[in-house]
Design a protein around this ligand. Structure first.
Ligand code: BES
Ligand code: ZN
Ligand code: ZN
Length: 491
């Protein structure tokens, strides 16, 4: 998507904001050059039809056939943020099949500064809202046509900055969405590695990937156990960003990258199994966040770890009842091969903490169906071990509208993941499944400040959020984790 500034006042397709008083928020030049459209708009705004309507968006044609998306900015219920307004605009622009559209801006000395102050959110929402995934549809006549957004005003530094930030944030979340939407046969662990490598190259991050042989030497047997039933070798992707500040702290992000989760020998029911192509969305969130971090350069070092593994059953697959030894020496009895996410994460967490000695760690994963039952699609479940990281994640989540909800994790739950023959069991029974999964991971982080985020409910097929697609991946977590890093100031 191209976003550019232009003061030219004539466009075929325009977005115009109108406030409570019925004033259109456009420049005097635009008014002068579009007198007929202005009087048409005045008539429309004073009509009973518009007055009674509680709609945010009106798609109207002026006499000269200019197509106008009129945004009744004060008609929105209180909770409709600029991100959501942008999202609605993005969806509408696609529906209208606009190739280009101009966002008409008021003069800089206008009293209503809402457009100027919230341009980043509006554009971020717009770019997120007009996302479509149609890589596998051969009939391109239905494909998206929207190419250029014109900001109809003089460019200045703060507006330019907002445009750049919006593009980085939204396009990176769209990279996460693209990965997550790819079918399992088109996105093997090696493909995940290639994308990480590519993004690292484009954003000047360091990149390395551990092979299965290297992971064997490091005793990452839980991760390798999951990969055992697949013909496609696993990788542990490591992306790192270093600030210029020598005293900066280090944040480590770890994302579950199961490229397809069949459940393994504890095979999942066939209905809906295809959804498990999205089981790498935690990894995709870390990738998207690292892209933002590489481009926006926060004041904290960030390590992104993405274990990319496929969970399939074959003659070599790991079995229920097996005992695996993790890289930190803890033994794990396998209660279910379908609780595989925690197995790849526990090795990545223990390895990353030992090697990079981070000041704080966040892992993110489509980890449990129990989280979906508990919170549905509108909150990320969180199990933390530290109040500071908890507060930071909640704050970042309110900023990016990816809300985080803390779940309890008192020691009583520990009993549920005890094994009679090993240190831990990888399942904790039917009840409190999101909590026991988080508590399992807590055994691998020691005293490092940490939080586990379960995105199983928010990662795909989320309805009724204006900046999210109607189906498929949401890219949730990318903007949240990046915002966490951007808010970080290393003392
Ligand atoms: N990938 C699934 C969790 C999941 C479920 C994500 C639904 C998105 C939607 C995970 O690997 C899994 O299968 N978890 C099991 C754990 C159980 C065996 C303890 C689950 O939630 O049923
Ligand atoms: Zn599973
Ligand atoms: Zn899974």
């Amino acid at each position: 998507m191209i976003i550019k500034f232009s003061e030219k006042p004539n466009y075929q397709n325009v977005i115009i904001f109108v406030n409570k008083a019925g004033d259109i928020l456009v420049s005097n030049t635009w008014k002068d050059k579009n007198k007929k459209t202005v009087s048409f708009l005045k008539d429309f705004i004073s009509s009973a039809k518009f007055g009674k309507s509680k709609e945010l968006l009106h798609h109207i044609f002026a006499q000269d056939l200019t197509e106008i998306l009129l945004v009744a900015i004060d008609n929105t219920p209180k909770q409709l943020s600029f991100l959501k307004i942008g999202g609605k605009l993005g969806k509408t622009v696609l529906k209208c099949k606009f190739k280009d559209v101009a966002l008409v801006f008021p003069d800089q000395n206008s009293r209503d500064k809402r457009l100027a102050n919230n341009l980043q959110s509006i554009l971020e929402g717009l770019l997120l809202g007009c996302y479509e995934y149609n890589a596998f549809q051969t009939d391109k006549s239905q494909a998206r046509v929207f190419k250029t957004l014109i900001i109809n005003c003089k460019k200045n530094k703060t507006l330019g900055q907002q445009v750049d930030n919006a593009k980085i944030m939204a396009e990176s979340a769209n990279v996460s969405r693209d990965c997550s939407n790819k079918p399992g046969n088109h996105f093997l662990p090696v493909d995940f590695k290639k994308v990480c490598q590519q993004v690292a190259k484009e954003t000047s991050l360091k990149f390395e990937a551990l092979s299965e042989n290297q992971m064997k030497k490091l005793n990452m047997n839980c991760l390798l156990g999951v990969s055992q039933g697949s013909e496609n070798p696993a990788y542990l992707n490591i992306m790192s960003y270093q600030t210029k500040n020598k005293k900066a702290q280090t944040l480590m992000l770890v994302g579950k990258g199961i490229t397809f989760d069949s459940g393994g020998i504890s095979l999942k029911p066939s209905l809906g199994m295809g959804e498990m192509k999205h089981d790498m969305s935690g990894g995709a969130a870390v990738l998207g966040a690292m892209r933002i971090i590489g481009l926006m350069k926060p004041d904290v070092n960030v390590i992104g770890l993405i274990p990319a593994v496929e969970n399939l059953p074959d003659g070599k697959a790991f079995r229920p009842g097996d005992v695996l030894t993790a890289s930190n020496g803890k033994t794990v009895e396998i209660g279910s091969t379908d609780a595989e996410g925690r197995l790849i994460l526990c090795d990545a967490l223990a390895y990353g903490i030992k090697r990079f000695k981070p000041d704080a760690v966040v892992d993110i994963a489509t980890l449990t169906g129990a989280c979906v039952v508990a919170l549905g699609s509108y909150n990320i479940g969180m199990i933390p071990n530290n109040p500071d990281i908890t507060a930071r994640l909640k704050a970042a989540g309110s900023q990016t509208e990816e809300y985080v909800w803390e779940m309890p994790a008192n020691d009583e739950y520990e009993e549920l993941i005890k094994s009679k023959i090993a240190d831990l069991n990888n399942i904790g029974g039917r009840w409190g499944g999101m909590i026991t999964a988080g508590i399992f991971l807590r055994h691998f982080v020691g005293k490092t400040p940490w939080a586990h985020l379960d995105i199983a409910g928010v990662s795909n097929d989320v309805k009724h959020i204006d900046f999210q697609p109607d189906h498929g991946a949401t890219g949730s977590g990318a903007r949240l984790l990046a915002q966490l890093a951007l808010n970080w100031t290393s003392k």
